[in-house]
Design a protein around this ligand. Structure first.
Ligand code: GDP
Ligand code: MN
Length: 408
């Protein structure tokens, strides 16, 4: 789960990391009011994405009037950053923050290190908006310092980090405090990332967190009901959000074949085999080993709400889950929803014959497949045919409406 910059700063502040004062606003008037208390301020778009500065989502304002004008332009805009994709993200909220004199920008983060089964501090003296370029062109300028997930942060790790950043004396002490706080936050809240970029040296020579990103491990969210209020569903893919409510593992993709599969491995294989036959999956979807008819129906609705979907491929291996139960779920869902696209079903495993019989006898237009390859091939063909048909119908409709007035 991701949260906004202002929420990340609030959290870090609570753990003892110094952050500049700021106010969250949703209108231009509120922005002017907030700016009055800061004099010179920075107006920052609050969207779940980095790279805002380069995309016009971070602007300096020298007066409350200027802040108001900046807010007017920024609110309601689609911010397109390197991370958002071409569709961009709608700006609904802004953070008005006091402008800080910056002497130097650093990069500092804590994330998981799967290979060492621990954490790692990532630090660079070349922080700021060019960190991706630094990672690509000068990876040696980015230092990684392993930290034990059991023992937590140790002073000597902080000394190494300070050396890497070239910080001494008071600044080294400040850095130690920050790292201890960041590690504590990371472990207590089951984060997957705690990042400060830039961490800055101010005009007064103090270290300050100017921008922060905190991500949480979704699999541990059940342990943190207090984090639920930080969730902003406006920032999430509505289909993925809905899927999470039904406990479905769903990832939205940009192809045109909707996939309904049980088991993550089978779901991956299904996407591969669709590609193999020249198609393109619209999603990854694992309904899990204990899918109920209600879950199958929800999965169907999510797939059909994607306008790109031209066919649905249901690929089920009945192990614990029996094929006849799935078949009944599919028949019920198809009867209630009346899908607008062709459906290809492949059932294998426990009670597969019974399942196939249920589908055949339902009298519904379900295309039955004998195996995975057959199913993938049929799904790709069905999607192609359906897309062509839809395009033809649209052309016809356009021609009819164009010809309409002349006929009268
Ligand atoms: P991001 O582009 O989404 O990572 O947004 P940031 O909050 O990191 O802002 C981008 C850049 O704007 C930073 O790297 C800074 O160089 C600059 N910036 C942001 N706030 C201030 C500020 O208060 N003072 C100064 N001098 N620069 C700032
Ligand atoms: Mn940043």
């Amino acid at each position: 789960m991701k949260i906004h910059e202002y929420q990340a700063k609030e959290l870090l502040g609570r753990y003892g990391v110094p952050v500049p004062g700021g106010t969250v606003v949703a209108t231009a008037e509120e922005t002017r009011k907030a700016a009055e208390s800061y004099g010179v301020c920075v107006v920052k778009a609050q969207v779940h994405s980095g790279g805002r500065g380069k995309a016009g989502g971070v602007k300096l304002a020298r007066s409350p009037e200027e802040a108001e004008a900046v807010a007017r332009a920024m609110l309601g805009m689609k911010l397109v950053t390197k991370q958002t994709g071409p569709a961009g993200k709608l700006v609904r909220k802004l953070l008005v923050t006091e402008a800080v004199e910056v002497k130097k920008e650093y990069y500092l983060s804590i994330t998981g290190d799967n290979e060492r089964a621990g954490l790692v501090i990532v630090a660079s003296a070349d922080g700021g908006t060019e960190i991706e370029e630094t990672a690509r062109e000068h990876p040696e300028r980015i230092v990684q310092i392993p930290v034990s997930a059991v023992a937590g942060f140790k002073t000597y790790e902080g000394v190494r980090a300070a050396k890497a950043l070239g910080l001494e004396g008071e600044n080294q002490k400040e850095l130690m405090g920050m790292l201890a706080a960041m590690t504590k936050l990371y472990l207590e809240k089951d984060c997957s990332l705690v990042e400060i970029n830039p961490l800055v040296l101010t005009g007064e020579g103090r270290l300050l967190c100017l921008d922060a990103k905190v991500n949480f491990d979704d699999n541990a969210l059940y342990r943190h009901p207090e984090l639920e209020e930080l969730r902003d569903i406006d920032e999430e893919d509505p289909k993925e959000y809905r899927a999470s409510r039904y406990d479905l593992s769903y990832v939205s993709l940009d192809g045109n074949i909707g996939c309904l599969v049980n088991g993550a491995g089978l779901a991956m294989a299904t996407m591969d085999i669709i590609k193999n036959f020249g198609g393109s999956p619209a999603n990854f979807l694992d309904v899990g080993g204990s899918a109920t008819a209600a879950k199958v129906k929800a999965a169907f609705e999510i797939l059909l709400s994607d306008a790109n979907v031209q066919a649905i491929f249901i690929n089920i291996f009945g192990g614990i889950m029996k094929c006849d139960i799935i078949a009944e779920g599919v028949v019920t869902a198809v009867r209630e929803i009346a899908p607008r696209v062709p459906i290809v079903v492949r059932l294998e495993g426990t009670n597969a014959d019974r399942g196939k019989r249920i589908l055949d006898e339902s009298g519904m237009a379900i295309i039955s497949a004998s195996d995975m390859a057959d199913g993938a091939r049929k799904a790709v063909e069905a999607a192609r045919a359906h897309a062509a048909e839809t395009a033809k119908a649209e052309d016809q409709a356009a021609a009819d409406s164009a010809a309409g007035p002349e006929r009268r």
